[in-house]
Ligand binder design. Structure first.
Ligand code: HEM
Length: 405
């Protein structure tokens, strides 16, 4: 008869501490948890007995299954949130926290606006914007923070390009967006900042309706979307596309600086950029965790998840699953890392992934080609990382380089 291993004890929450010494590896306990059960019982701070998914196959299966909901208000939270036991429903325009058919309507309206033509035009713009910022770095000279000088402003300007935020308003937009993405701010402050950002977009919508320009927000004003929906969607896009891409550029540069042979390969072979970006997305998994709640009883890889139970999905553990990626903890730009879940999977898979790829494929190789001697200006352990924040990355990346006469 088949041997059934005894059910391991439920976990007490997901591991949060990253290992000392390697700022790119997920918490060390994840590998053991995935080995014990890729889908394992976990106790939530409110007493709920739910699940923790770490295996690539289980994570993909749950993300692809419509019987799992994304509605925030159905989730038990895997970590204790000060002053909050449940989350409010998603604010208008936040597509990640709603289910079909509401989700399908937004997704269709928006997907039709992320056109090939628009992405091509944005590629030309990201080339100009990165070149401008690299020129400015050269003028300023060695010894600066790469996040402030490059990793943050490039995606911020690209999001402004996408939505059509006028030049004069861009500084104001960046000020308001900063708090929305600040995971160290309280939940209340983040909601307040989102409300302020939404007001900013609402005013922009009025301007675009009166005088449309060639951008996504102007295009959206010609759809059935109401003023409130436009403001919500616009501000959601502004925040969804900024901190994510900024942290991928910052942490991606840090990873390449820490793996000189890989950086050299990228410099010498421009054709490697596409594969390199996929591998960095997999290896770094900056959006490391997701959540779903079962709407009915569902069997996943032989395990029964009951209606109402919450599953915490470790995207970073799935992307390091040796069953899917051999030698998963090695950064190997030539591996051809397809099938990773760094952009999620299923109906909520990142809508901005083509734009993010365009930005990363240009920004990272351009940085390493322009500054062949680029290196950290502090020991690696002194680079401040974002710790257990919901989006991983670096707060600052002090770098320097040799000036050639
Ligand atoms: C959704 C990651 C860049 C817009 C998602 C999800 C992930 C993700 C993991 C799925 C969330 C879920 O299933 O609950 C990333 C990463 C990025 C990035 C790692 C950068 C490297 C962008 C950009 C934009 C964007 C540049 C927009 C311009 C969105 C939107 C959704 C989304 C609108 C919601 C899609 C839906 O619910 O149907 N992203 N993202 N993202 N992302 Fe991104």
């Amino acid at each position: 008869p088949p041997i059934t291993l005894p059910e391991p004890a439920p976990l007490d929450g997901p591991p949060l501490e990253r290992p000392q010494g390697c700022p790119f590896d997920p918490p060390a306990e994840l590998a053991g948890i995935r080995e014990s059960r890729p889908l394992r019982r976990m106790r939530y701070p409110d007493g709920h007995l739910g699940w923790f998914a770490t295996g690539h196959s289980a994570v993909r299966a749950i993300l692809a299954d419509r019987r799992f909901s994304s509605r925030y208000e159905l989730m038990h939270f895997p970590v204790a949130l000060p002053g909050l036991t449940t989350l409010p429903p998603a604010p208008l325009g936040d597509m990640t926290g709603i289910d079909p058919p509401e989700h399908t309507r937004y997704r269709r309206l928006l997907a039709g606006k992320f056109t090939v033509r628009r992405m091509r035009a944005l590629t030309a713009r990201v080339e100009e914007i990165t070149a401008d910022h690299l020129d400015a770095m050269e003028r300023e000279g060695p010894g600066l923070d790469l996040v402030t000088a490059y990793a943050h402003p490039v995606p911020a300007l690209m999001i402004c390009e996408l939505l059509g935020v006028p030049e004069a308003e861009r500084a104001e937009f960046r000020r308001r967006a900063a708090t929305v993405g600040d995971g160290s701010a309280s939940v209340e402050d983040q909601y307040a900042a989102l409300a302020a950002l939404t007001e900013f977009v609402r005013e922009l919508v009025t301007v675009k309706r009166a005088a449309p320009t060639d951008d996504l927000l102007s295009d959206l004003t010609t759809t059935e979307l109401t003023e409130d929906e436009l403001a919500g969607i616009g501000s959601f896009l502004l925040s969804a596309g900024l901190d994510t891409t900024a942290n991928m550029i910052g942490l991606g540069a840090f990873a390449l600086l820490s793996h000189p042979a890989q950086a050299a390969a990228l410099r010498s072979d421009p054709g490697l950029a596409d594969q390199a970006v996929e591998e960095l997305l997999r290896y770094l998994s900056i959006a490391h965790t997701g959540m779903r709640a079962a709407l009915e009883d569902v069997e996943v890889d032989g395990t029964l998840i009951k209606a109402g139970e919450t599953v915490t999905l470790s995207l970073q553990a799935a992307n390091r699953d040796p069953d899917r990626f051999p030698e998963p903890d090695a950064l190997d730009l030539r591996r051809g890392a397809t099938g990773h879940v760094a952009f999620g999977h299923g109906i909520h898979q990142c809508l901005g992934q083509q734009l993010a790829r365009v930005e990363l494929r240009v920004a990272l190789p351009a940085l390493f080609t322009r500054f062949p001697t680029l290196r950290l200006a502090v020991p690696p352990e002194e680079v401040p990382t974002r710790g257990p924040m919901s989006l991983y990355g670096v707060h600052r990346l002090p770098v320097t380089w040799d000036v050639v006469a």
